[in-house]
Ligand binder design. Structure first.
Ligand SMILES: [Zn+2]
Ligand SMILES: [Zn+2]
Length: 253
């Protein structure tokens, strides 16, 4: 499995890209950076996009992606997401006001993108991967994903406050190679993390008590202006599983 980190909403402030992963060149998970990180030739190879939730930092390049691939693909790109997420896309983004409705362009029978509803804990087989959404705890309906090619697996929790199920799934995945999870605000802003359903370093530390040992934990979604405050707070957890995820990083198993 080839995993490419297109953006991780928490790199250096300059040139910061928003959340998105690319698996085996053909499956995008979240769409915060597709058009910022990939050439058009690479974008055309994406056949499936799995969205975790509707927040802009996870979907904002979808409009430009649809325009870039328009007329250059044989099949519609499938946009997989929870019904509530697809509803938000239809009502607020691809509504002909903010962007043309590419789910009926060039025609309803031959569109550029096709919406596919997902359900948590169903497994979807695409591009040789088994992709399983797992419900997490965020301000809007949100899923993380387990991605498994039969030999190796990783889990992306997406944005979440305290949650249990995804850690249970992680502990029941023997071939798990990595968890990608979030820390969004410094410990001093626990109130803001609570209100927006995110984690602080201290709360991440408590969450990781639920995860079995020796699984690398890669952290994303730090607020760029708060990195200097948050890095010592992450180090203070004294958990050697933890390191930061990096934009443009490529991993393979
Ligand atoms: Zn969010
Ligand atoms: Zn986010």
């Amino acid at each position: 499995m080839e995993l490419r980190i297109l953006g991780c909403s928490g790199g250096e402030a300059d040139g910061e890209r928003l959340t998105g992963l690319l698996v085996n060149g053909c499956v995008a998970i979240d769409a915060g950076s597709i058009t910022a990180a990939l050439s058009v030739d690479e974008q055309v190879l994406i056949q499936h996009v799995f969205l975790s939730h509707s927040h802009l930092d996870h979907i904002c390049t979808l409009p430009f992606f649809t325009k870039n691939i328009f007329g250059r693909t044989h099949e519609a790109v499938e946009i997989h997401a929870l019904p509530e997420t697809l509803d938000a896309l239809r009502r607020h983004l691809f509504n002909d006001e903010l962007w043309p409705d590419f789910s009926v362009i060039p025609s309803p029978n031959d569109p550029t993108i096709r919406y596919t509803e997902i359900q948590d804990e169903q497994t979807y087989d695409v591009c040789g991967l088994q992709i399983t959404p797992i419900r997490v705890n965020h301000l809007v309906p949100c899923v993380g994903y387990k991605v498994d090619d039969g030999k190796n697996a990783f889990i992306f929790t997406s944005d979440t406050a305290e949650t249990d199920r995804i850690w249970e799934v992680a502990n029941a995945t023997p071939n798990l190679r990595m968890i990608i999870t979030e820390a969004s605000f410094p410990n001093e802003q626990a109130w803001l993390a609570e209100a927006s359903k995110h984690l602080t370093p201290a709360r991440l530390g408590a969450e990781l008590q639920k995860l079995r040992p020796r699984i690398p934990v890669r952290v994303y979604h730090l607020t760029p202006g708060d990195r200097a405050t948050m890095l010592p707070q992450l180090l203070a957890l004294h958990d050697d599983r933890i390191s930061l995820l990096a934009q443009d990083e490529r991993l393979s198993w």
